[in-house]
Design a binder for this molecule. Structure first.
Ligand code: SF4
Length: 627
């Protein structure tokens, strides 16, 4: 064993109401059960929050957590997660970012930070090595995320909110450098606590507890990351916009508020067009050598180049194909602190309402001239912007149009139309935080036809497998892009002819998921943590976390009635490229596989098998969430 460690086993706790600063020690048992990242953050919230708490009240708990990979040589491990109760959905949410804050916090001696309470004026938290203080941020309130970070660069690495978070926009994001924890409105939770930002600085070093084991696993893992077509080439060259062609030609990318399967100006917004006409350089998350982010020249200026989701939601979803405009919207979204997926969805919804005569507004499909103004109005809650700031669910309750209100459990759909990938529909319907693409993400295997893009066959098995394994990956924390090389660069997967692989995945899904090799993840973690982690243990951690979150959501009133999709998507379709979605059939299979009852609740014997202790969950809080 080496003398180094990959973890601090210490979480910083700051109560902004009482200004009390303390720490929580993470036990070996908790580490083994939840690894770090999303799992440990959820467990901390679980132990300390009151059921039914208002997400924008002082009683909500916000946790930012790193994983054992952060600060080590593990591939794509520099990211961190933000977890809390979402003001957009009213249930639990997690969102990931790759800016420098996570690593800086860990180097200061903390694996994470838990923030409770509410300050009586704008503040920021400063973590400078051992010294933690709550500082006045009155003069910075109102600044955008770029300007604020630029102004206070010398203090360390930041997480910050922009005007949208301050004004409690329900889909406000959190920025760290130019990377974003985008989804579910956790920026508004910071705003509700009057917390403009957190800055960290430290110089602790980390390394594997078992260097020999780690070195061996790392060599194999790095080779696979470099060898895989996606992580070794396409992501660096095209970034996530490589998906514009992939999902735009398979009837998956949303067009005109998810009303059409194909976009006739696809090439104008493709990743290849950006690479050839705009790209200037790559950027990425802390410590990642893939660097899938890009800068580009748009309208004569160098800007952060938009990702797939932003292009799809702010471009084709609004019937807009001008890349200069989309890049401009992207910069406004990032500066104001708005999630581009929810923003694109709520604007698309308002355009359809306007087109149908259900709303009077200046918003028209294909017209980008008012978009920057409306983003500003959303962030500052002016006029119609005040309604849009509440999200699609609220808009449909106020103006009608529930059939084409594209959300699940209040979270706007990520940029994948379930009629082009029905398994993704099941993934959206059952993901714990609503319609995210980062849980049960079968869209890529459906676009590649490993699973048939339509129908129900094998979908429940793969959705469950991906949800559980992604929760483990997100607790380690590895970037989710590692799933390509770690799951696909294995001998059996790589050298089995495609027709046989497809047959196997479609017809023997139980065997296909049970034999999927997770040994790269478990090998790296065994080296980092210094105790053996098998592929089976790793998967079980994910299954535990998924069910813990579902249990928490059940306590908030979530059940089968909420595991659904927008009404229009469940109607029979004759559009070329789309298939009908038999959600009920998939759901019943999925509940059986999960060990949930027919109302979508984990059965007691499942919770016991996963060592989730219910008596801990239903008790009163230990005090961190109380005011
Ligand atoms: S692949 Fe992209 S998203 Fe993943 S860690 Fe690297 S830069 Fe970040």
């Amino acid at each position: 064993m080496g003398s180094k460690t990959a973890i601090n086993n210490c979480v910083l706790c700051v109560n902004l109401s009482s200004r009390l600063i303390s720490t929580i020690e993470i036990s070996d048992f908790e580490r083994k059960q939840y690894l770090g990242g999303k799992g440990l953050a959820l467990k901390l919230i679980f132990d300390n929050i009151k059921t039914g708490v208002d997400p924008l009240s002082p009683g909500n708990i916000l946790v930012m957590m790193t994983g054992p990979t952060c600060g080590t040589a593990a591939p794509c491990g520099g990211r961190f997660v933000v977890v809390g109760k979402s003001p957009l959905t009213g249930i639990f949410a997690s969102s990931f970012s790759g800016g420098g804050f996570g690593l800086a916090l860990k180097k200061a001696g903390y694996d994470g930070i838990m923030v409770t309470g509410r300050a009586d004026h704008p503040v920021y938290i400063k973590v400078d090595h051992d010294d933690v203080s709550i500082c006045d941020a009155t003069q910075y309130w109102g600044m955008d995320t770029y300007d604020f970070q630029e102004t206070r660069k010398k203090d360390g690495d930041w997480v910050v909110i922009g005007p949208a978070g301050e004004n409690l926009v329900k889909f406000a994001n959190i920025a760290s450098a130019r990377r974003l924890a985008g989804r579910c409105g956790l920026g508004a939770v910071m705003g509700s606590k009057m917390l403009k930002g957190i800055v960290a600085k430290g110089n602790k070093k980390f390394g594997p507890a078992n260097p020999e084991k780690f070195k061996k696993a790392l060599k194999i893992a790095q080779k696979k990351v470099k060898a895989h077509e996606n992580t070794g080439k396409a992501l660096g060259e095209l970034g996530t916009p490589q998906n514009i062609r992939i999902f735009g030609t398979t009837a998956i990318m949303p067009v005109k508020n998810f009303s059409k399967p194909y976009f006739d100006k696809l090439e104008q917004v493709s990743g290849e067009t950006i690479r050839d006409g705009h790209k200037t350089k790559n950027h990425g998350c802390t410590g990642c050598f893939i660097k899938c982010g890009r800068y580009g020249k748009f309208g004569g200026k160098e800007k952060v180049s938009p990702e797939y989701e932003t292009i799809a939601m702010m471009g084709p979803n609004l019937d807009i194909s001008d890349l200069h405009k989309i890049a401009d919207f992207n910069e406004s979204l990032n500066r104001l602190g708005l999630d581009s997926i929810s923003a694109g969805s709520v604007i698309g919804f308002a355009m359809e309402l306007t087109e149908k005569g259900m709303l009077e507004s200046c918003l028209r499909f294909g017209d980008g001239s008012n978009i920057k103004d409306i983003l500003h109005d959303i962030a500052y809650r002016k006029g119609l912007g005040n309604d849009l700031a509440e999200g699609v669910r609220h808009m449909s309750e106020k103006y009608g149009g529930k059939e084409f209100a594209n959300h699940v459990k209040g979270l706007e759909l990520a940029a994948y139309d379930p009629r082009g990938c029905t398994g993704q529909g099941l993934g959206f319907a059952t993901a714990n935080c609503g319609a995210t693409h980062l849980s049960g993400s079968t869209h890529s295997v459906e676009a590649d036809s490993y699973l048939h893009p339509h129908g129900t066959r094998a979908k429940a098995h793969f959705v469950k497998f991906m949800q559980d394994s992604f929760d483990a990956i997100n607790s380690a924390i590895f970037c989710i892009q590692t799933a390509y090389p770690f799951l696909e660069e294995n001998f059996a997967y790589k050298y089995t002819p495609d027709p046989i692989l497809k047959f196997f995945m479609r017809n023997l899904p139980a065997l296909a998921v049970a034999t999927t090799d997770l040994s790269d993840y478990s090998g790296l973690l065994s080296g980092l943590l210094g105790y053996p982690v098998s592929g089976g243990n790793f998967y079980k951690v994910g299954e535990r976390i998924f069910n813990l979150e579902r249990y928490l959501n059940n306590q908030e009133g979530i059940s089968k009635k909420d595991d659904t999709l927008p009404g229009n998507m469940l109607k029979p379709t004759t559009q070329e490229g789309w298939g009908d979605i038999d959600l009920n059939k998939m759901l019943n299979q999925y509940y059986r596989l999960r060990g949930w009852d027919k109302n979508g609740r984990p059965k007691p014997k499942l919770l016991k098998k996963l060592s989730i202790q219910i008596q801990q969950l239903t008790k009163e809080t230990k005090g961190y969430g109380r005011q």
